[in-house]
Design a protein around this ligand. Structure first.
Ligand code: IMP
Length: 189
């Protein structure tokens, strides 16, 4: 049976094991290594959530590369996106003429990815691609483009492997989903 943990009074159940994540990170890196064999891409990690995925992915990358980070505001302490994306830390690298790969932990509505595109495209990169470990297929706004997807998942709230709940639980090795509270049977009139 899948492991269950309790956080802030909510129950979470293991959704993607450490082993499956490791295999997927390797597979994504293999694809990127092939696609960028003649380039020196710049990997841009989106803080805070992507820091573990970023660190694991980059160590599987065998082509010459550079790294940088952007920090965006996220959910705050809530479980639902505020829909308000703000830039908390800008890039330090030169984007013009470079092959840019955005590294996201999760694409939910896709607002963050679109925000990043609008930030980076005017700086004239040679190419701009997005890799995400998790992709909430039913929540993503139409027109959001993601190039490399680890796992397509339902719209559950998830934590672990960099993803937080009120800033905690990022250090979990697996990804856990919020377990829906059982609906209590109501007495018939
Ligand atoms: P989007 O802009 O709606 O696509 O959301 C992107 C950001 O929201 C991610 O980079 C995460 O920081 C955060 N986020 C989205 N879904 C979850 C979740 O299920 N758990 C924790 N954080 C999430």
């Amino acid at each position: 049976m899948a492991a269950t943990i309790r956080v802030n009074g909510d129950r979470f159940v293991e959704m993607i094991s450490e082993r499956r994540i490791r295999a997927k990170v390797r597979a994504l890196a293999r694809q990127i290594n092939t696609d960028y064999r003649n380039a020196v891409p710049v990997f841009i990690g989106i803080l805070n959530g992507s820091f573990i995925f970023f660190a694991d992915l980059i160590r599987e990358i065998s082509v010459d590369c550079e790294i940088d980070f952007l920090k965006l505001s996220s959910y705050g302490d809530a479980k639902i996106s505020s829909g308000d994306v703000r830039l908390l830390k800008d890039l330090n690298c030169q984007v013009e003429g470079r092959d840019i790969i955005i590294v996201e932990d999760i694409v939910d509505t896709g607002l963050s990815v679109e925000y990043i595109r609008h930030l980076i495209e005017p700086q004239n990169p040679r190419s701009l691609k997005v890799v995400t470990l998790l992709y909430k297929k039913d929540a993503v706004k139409p027109g959001t483009h993601v190039d490399y997807i680890g796992f397509s998942i339902p719209s559950d709230f998830v934590i672990g492997y960099g993803l937080d709940y009120a800033q905690r639980e990022r250090n979990l090795k697996a990804v856990y989903r919020l377990k829906a509270k059982p609906v209590r049977a109501t007495a018939r009139p």
